[in-house]
Ligand binder design. Structure first.
Ligand code: GAR
Length: 188
């Protein structure tokens, strides 16, 4: 049975697209039931529409608490029978409300070799630090920022003096690592 998943994203959504394309190629036994975004104008919304996948867009400022908007997200997820939450550039900490509704059922991808360089602009942080090797991590989500048990990692060599080229390498690797990791997770 195809796993019913929701993808959460705040930005471009290239990881969302890579996952959906892997599903359409028959490489990942899953169905994206919903895209959740906290940025109604994010490019991921357009990508989701192109695949005719429904989106739920909210703005945190319209709610009095994280618990409040997460309860609304949970209603949407339950309505669609979602089993797994896949974070793909969702730039918000997941709260207790969602964590307890989906225990060990939320995964995230991060563009560094965690625990190095958590948080925003991980690629910039790594380059500023002068590392020669960085990479990508897929992990279960807990209450921390880019913490939680690691599922998979892969390394990328930094392209000296060319941040754009380094970013390109990382994003390409992300697309491959995320779909492969989800495949193993859903088959286990
Ligand atoms: C990805 O590089 C992802 O690893 C990162 O946001 C980007 C989203 O790109 N996530 C984090 O930094 C989480 N802390 P995308 O919107 O093109 O998939």
């Amino acid at each position: 049975m195809a796993k019913k998943i929701a993808v959460f994203a705040s930005g471009s959504g290239s990881n969302f697209q890579a996952i959906q394309e892997a599903i359409l190629r028959g490489e990942l036994n899953a169905q994206i039931e919903l895209v959740v975004t906290d940025k109604p104008n994010a490019f991921v919304v357009e990508r989701a529409q192109n695949f005719q996948i429904p989106t739920f867009a909210f703005q945190a400022k319209n709610y009095d608490s994280k618990d409040h908007y997460e309860r609304e997200i949970i209603n949407q997820l339950q309505e669609k029978g979602v089993e797994w939450i896949v974070l793909a550039g969702y730039m918000r900490l997941i709260g207790q409300t969602l964590l307890s509704a989906f225990p060990m059922r939320i995964v995230n991808i991060h563009p560094s070799l965690l625990p190095a360089f958590p948080g925003k602009d991980a690629i910039g942080q790594a380059i500023d630090h002068g590392v020669k090797i960085t990479g990508v991590t897929v992990h279960f989500v807990d209450e921390g920022m880019d913490t939680g048990p690691i599922l998979s990692q892969a390394a990328v060599e930094v392209v000296e003096g060319d941040q754009e080229a380094t970013e390109k390498r990382i994003h390409e690797l992300e697309h491959e690592l995320y779909t492969n990791t989800l495949k193993k997770l859903f088959e286990s």
